[in-house]
Design a protein around this ligand. Structure first.
Ligand SMILES: C[S@@+](CC[C@H](N)C(=O)[O-])C[C@H]1O[C@@H](n2cnc3c(N)ncnc32)[C@H](O)[C@@H]1O
Length: 267
C-alpha cells in the first residue's frame, strides 16, 4: 500500500469517530451554526456567488458553511467515508454542493473546470508530499485573477514534543510515519491497531515559494499567537476559541494564513 492509501484508510476510520465527536459538533452545525472560524470568515470576505474549490474538505462541514455564506462549492477529499458523509449532510440539510473523492494529486482525473477561489485549511498540507505539484494544481484550478486562501497550523508547532520542548527540526523532508492510536478530537481510541499516518512537514518558506514560483502573487501572510482548535498537546484556553501553548503562551506562532492571487497569463 502506498503512503496515500494508508492515509485514505486511516481517514476513513477517523471520519466515523469525528462525525460523532463533540469537537466537530455536527448537531450545532445542523442547527445552523457555522463551522468556520472568525479568521477565514474575515480574511476571505464576501464569497456570495463565487465558485469555490475546497481541497481536503474532510466530511464537508466547512464546505457547506461556505455554501451557507453564498458560495457555489465543490469539496474534494481522499477519504471515501468523508465524501459519503459530506454528501449525506448536503442532502439532509438541503445545502447544494458537489463532493468529489480524489487524491489532491489526481484531481485532473475527476474535475475539469476553474474557480474564483481555491480554499484549504487546518491540517491539510501535512498530508501532501510535494508542494510544487500542489501549487501547480491551485493555479490550474483558478480563473485568471482568482484567489487562493489557506489557514494552517504553523510549522513551528510541529517542532515541539508532548512536553512542549523543541525536539524536532523545523526543516523536514522525509515522510513521517506514525501508528494512529487516538483521534485529536475526543482523544477517542482507534479500534483498528494497524492504521498508519504518513505526513510531511513544510516550512513557511517552502509554502510561500511553491506559490510564488507557480504564478501566484502573495497578497498577505499572517501569523497568529493562538490556535482556534484544542487539537495539540498542552494547550490552555486564553479566551473563547483561542488556545495557546501552556508553556510558551502567545510568545510562539500557532497558525498562519496566506491569501494569494493568480497572476494573469500564468498557467
Ligand atoms: C484534518 S482534515 C482537514 C479538515 C479541514 N480543516 C476541514 O475542512 O474540515 C484532513 C483531510 O485531508 C484529507 N486528505 C489527506 N490526504 C489527502 C490527499 N492526498 N488528497 C485529498 N485529501 C486528503 C483527509 O481525508 C482529511 O479529510
Amino acid at each position: 500500500m502506498n503512503n496515500f492509501e494508508h492515509n485514505r484508510e486511516s481517514w476513513n476510520e477517523l471520519t466515523a469517530l469525528h462525525t460523532e465527536s463533540s469537537f466537530y459538533n455536527v448537531e450545532a452545525f445542523k442547527a445552523g451554526e457555522t463551522s468556520l472560524n472568525h479568521i477565514e470568515l474575515e480574511e476571505l470576505g464576501d464569497v456570495k456567488g463565487k465558485r469555490m474549490l475546497h481541497l481536503q474538505c474532510h466530511f464537508g462541514m466547512d464546505t457547506l458553511s461556505w455554501a451557507r455564506e453564498g458560495a457555489e462549492v465543490v469539496g474534494l477529499d481522499i477519504s471515501d467515508a468523508s465524501i459519503q458523509k459530506a454528501t449525506e449532510l448536503s442532502e439532509e440539510l438541503n445545502i447544494p454542493a458537489t463532493f468529489v473523492r480524489s487524491n489532491v494529486y489526481d484531481i485532473e482525473k475527476v474535475l475539469d473546470e476553474t474557480f474564483d477561489i481555491v480554499y484549504t485549511s487546518y491540517g491539510a498540507i501535512n498530508w501532501l508530499n510535494d508542494l510544487d505539484k500542489w501549487a501547480k494544481i491551485i493555479n490550474r484550478y483558478l480563473k485568471p485573477g482568482g484567489v487562493f486562501y489557506i489557514v494552517e497550523f504553523h510549522p513551528f508547532i510541529y517542532t515541539l514534543n508532548d512536553d512542549s520542548e523543541i525536539t524536532d527540526s523545523y526543516f523536514k523532508s522525509a515522510p513521517m510515519e506514525t501508528i494512529v492510536e487516538k483521534s485529536y478530537t475526543d482523544k477517542s481510541e482507534i479500534s483498528n491497531k494497524n492504521l498508519k499516518h504518513i505526513e510531511w512537514h513544510h516550512s513557511l518558506s517552502e509554502v510561500l515559494n511553491s506559490l510564488i514560483s507557480n504564478g501566484m502573487r502573495i497578497e498577505f501572510m499572517n501569523e497568529f499567537p493562538y490556535q482556534v482548535y484544542n487539537c495539540f498537546p498542552n494547550l490552555t484556553e486564553l479566551s473563547e476559541g483561542r488556545w495557546v501553548s501552556e508553556k510558551h503562551g502567545t510568545k510562539i506562532p500557532h497558525m498562519y494564513s496566506i491569501k494569494a492571487k493568480k497572476l494573469s497569463g500564468s498557467k
